[in-house]
Ligand binder design. Structure first.
Ligand SMILES: Nc1ncnc2c1ncn2[C@@H]1O[C@H](COP(=O)(O)OP(=O)(O)OP(=O)(O)O)[C@@H](O)[C@H]1O
Ligand SMILES: [Mg+2]
Length: 248
């Protein structure tokens, strides 16, 4: 298990000679086994932050460190630290749903274990009937669920999710929000979950990180047990305070 410490992180891009500051002085601690949601308007740097955490992008300045609980020896530190669910599914079109999900387990020779793991997530994600279908034969929301299943099969210590439910209808969305909570409670994963949806951020996060124009402008802890009632006064109060950050 691992947490994260992000210190003085900056990222700028050069777009045709113009410097764009995607991230400015980001400092963030993510505790081992905690569920953090990140919200902010389009273009505020959410994806860039996740890409730097998982090593797909290099920061301009600053550091990202993995934090282990005291007493866990370094040889126990997993190499499978971070898995990411992208904003778009990125499936392999020549593999079936089942094969896409099993892909991270390609080196696992225990076929029963692979079968059980893939089946567990096929069921959880409502994909059992489509396990033999190819990505071109399923809907966008289903493809996104396959992508999520692939990361869950990989079983990393830290799961980064970049608006994983953006393409889903409201019913599947609420169902999967509950599943994320189940996964979190069962496995005590560290989860960083990006969303545009303030309700979703409050429903899921133990801590909500609010970003704006490349800055973290607020961190809000949510001291409520799961599963949360989204119409109770405490929930609504936190949601309203988040919306105020965006002057809505
Ligand atoms: N590879 C890149 N090259 C140049 N600029 C980039 C690149 N990736 C991101 N940017 C810029 O960095 C800024 C932040 O982009 P990012 O994708 O992180 O935003 P976001 O918060 O994830 O937005 P959205 O909610 O729309 O997904 C934007 O101004 C974007 O143009
Ligand atoms: Mg993004």
């Amino acid at each position: 298990m691992a947490g994260l410490k992000i210190e003085n992180l900056y990222k700028s891009f050069d777009i045709n000679g113009t410097k764009v500051n995607a991230l400015t002085n980001i400092n963030l601690s993510v505790e081992d086994g905690s569920f953090v949601t990140v919200i902010g308007k389009s273009g505020c740097g959410k994806t860039t932050l996740l890409r730097i955490i998982c090593g797909l992008e290099e920061q301009t300045e600053g550091s990202v460190s993995f934090i282990y609980k005291e007493g866990i020896p370094s040889e126990m530190h997993s190499k499978k630290k971070v898995g990411i669910v992208f904003q778009e599914p990125r499936l392999m079109p020549w593999l079936t749903v089942k094969e896409n999900m099993a892909f991270p387990l390609i080196k696992n020779k225990d076929r029963i274990e692979v079968y059980d793991t893939v089946n567990k997530y096929l069921n959880m994600l409502g994909l059992e009937k489509f396990k033999e279908a190819y990505p071109s034969q399923i809907s966008g929301g289903m493809a996104q669920r396959v992508s999520l299943g692939r990361t869950l099969c990989y079983n990393p210590e830290i799961i980064l999710m970049d608006e994983p439910l953006g393409a889903l209808d409201a019913f599947n969305r609420r169902k999967l929000q509950r599943e994320f909570i189940n996964i979190f409670l069962e496995n005590k994963k560290t989860i960083i979950f990006v969303t545009h949806d303030v309700d979703e951020a409050v429903y899921l996060g133990q801590k909500i990180v609010v970003m704006d124009k490349g800055f973290i402008i607020k961190e809000q802890s949510v001291d409520m047990d799961y599963y949360r009632n989204s119409s109770c006064s405490k929930f609504l109060q936190i949601r309203d305070s988040m919306l105020k950050e965006f002057s809505i």
